[in-house]
Design a protein around this ligand. Sequence first.
Ligand SMILES: Cc1cc2nc3c(=O)[nH]c(=O)nc-3n(C[C@H](O)[C@H](O)[C@H](O)COP(=O)(O)OP(=O)(O)OC[C@H]3O[C@@H](n4cnc5c(N)ncnc54)[C@H](O)[C@@H]3O)c2cc1C
Length: 503
Amino acid sequence: MSETSDRKKIVIIGAGWAGLGATYHLAKQGYDVTLLEAAPYPGGLVAGFKSEKGRSVEGGIHGFWYPYRNIFSLVKELNLDPFTRFTRSSQYSPAGLEVESPIFQNEPLLPTPLGTFIYTRFQRLPLVDRLSALPLLYALIDFDNSEAAWQRYDKITARELFKQYGVSARLYRDAFEPMLLVGLFAPGEQCSAAATLGMLYYFILAHQPDFDVVWCRGTVGEKIFQPWVKRIEELGGKVLTNKRVSDLILDEDGRVKSVVCGDELFAADAVISGVSVSGIKKIVANSQTLNDYAEFRNLTNLGGIDVLASRLWFDRKVNIPLPSNACFGFDPTTGWTFFDLNDLHDEYKDEPGSVIEVDFYHANQLLPMSDEQIVAKIHRDLGICVPQFRQAKIVDRSIIRVKQGVTHFAPGSYQYLLSAKTSIDNLFMCGDWIVTHHGSWSQEKAYVTGLEAANLAIEKFGIGQKARIVPVEPDEPHIQVGREINRTVRSIAESVLPDFWLP
Ligand SMILES: Cc1cc2nc3c(=O)[nH]c(=O)nc-3n(C[C@H](O)[C@H](O)[C@H](O)COP(=O)(O)OP(=O)(O)OC[C@H]3O[C@@H](n4cnc5c(N)ncnc54)[C@H](O)[C@@H]3O)c2cc1C
């Protein structure tokens, strides 16, 4: 593919983890790639930028969990060194410190989920409540991330699932619901039970070290995306910002021939969309072509969740026991986290006062508040968790409201999520909401689906090497045995029982 004119043109829409993943791999394989991003800078939900005073801010701090094998391998390939050490974390409620987590990989390894139960230091939750989680193990074995498992569990809520398996009210309120608010950004009655089981297994329960997490030592934008985009450009890829795609134009055979972006048309042999649920819904709503397809019209059944990201500068150093903290019970249906950036970010190591990131998930009821009201609320709540905050004064702040920013894995939503392949032969999808059976979530899932979409383009044109996607670590042997027995019993039951009841 040395001649420019012979190279297949791939247009990628959206420069988050997914779109950049697809662009990078196809650029490496010699394709003529153009990435169109609506925002002024790449990164999507993870983009970082400078405040008016030139300080680094971002739309929420992002952790990289132990099983993010593809992202860790990318960072190594790019020769970057962006991450902190693995960090410990705490959980707070209005009653004070509730939980401290160790670094699980440093503890003697036990068969899952024993390590998680034994090494997590609950300050108040009685043993009897913790033990009430045991029957839920059956659901974790039964949910093997297959199509059939998603069909079985997607239409019930997480709350119904926990109730059905006898989880105590206190364990649900003090442990599971806080995990849902930070993991799926919604309270239990609004989360699909399938998404809940998939997320809990991937981040916490599949292997003892899975809950261990590192952070970037600055914004992800600066530490990963900037050098990554530079590398894509060195490979000949074009990354164009401030380019909002509004439609696709199809040829007479129903294949995309160009992408519409304002007054410009970008010719394409194939298109990969890496936009979020709310982004694609806007494109479909205005499209002359996509709304001819039921799968795209049906996207109106999906929703996004509001988040609010804030960064506060204090006039003095506050002693915060651990750098990463999750909080629950302060507002019904909203969860929040706070991070000690003097500890995590190189830029803030020598600041005279504390720099704290505070992010709220399922933050719809906070979004209408003024910045002053939000800052006063955060100051009050931080003072409940760490009383020293009460004496400290806030000297600067950044407040970012992200409306409908993150994917809502609502009960019943699975049937409307798109797969990487669409009815349009040369249009492929990627993003953290696209169906994949890889098993990962969030940033890692977005990146993996980007590689999967790139591989579909490679398969279509028969040019270049497919990306190697690192699979999730296999289930531990006792889980494999449990799943095998469960599948056998299920198939025997299905062969003898009538197909009469709801799945
Ligand atoms: C506050 C917060 C905290 C989070 N914490 C974590 C965490 O700790 N760990 C973790 O792994 N994940 C976390 N996540 C989730 C993570 O950010 C997402 O899973 C991931 O970034 C999704 O990447 P994506 O590429 O699928 O989509 P996005 O990042 O949403 O990228 C989509 C891109 O498409 C662009 N776009 C949309 N419409 C158009 C259009 N018409 N034309 C051109 N471009 C368009 C958008 O501008 C955007 O850049 C968090 C999210 C938030 C909001």
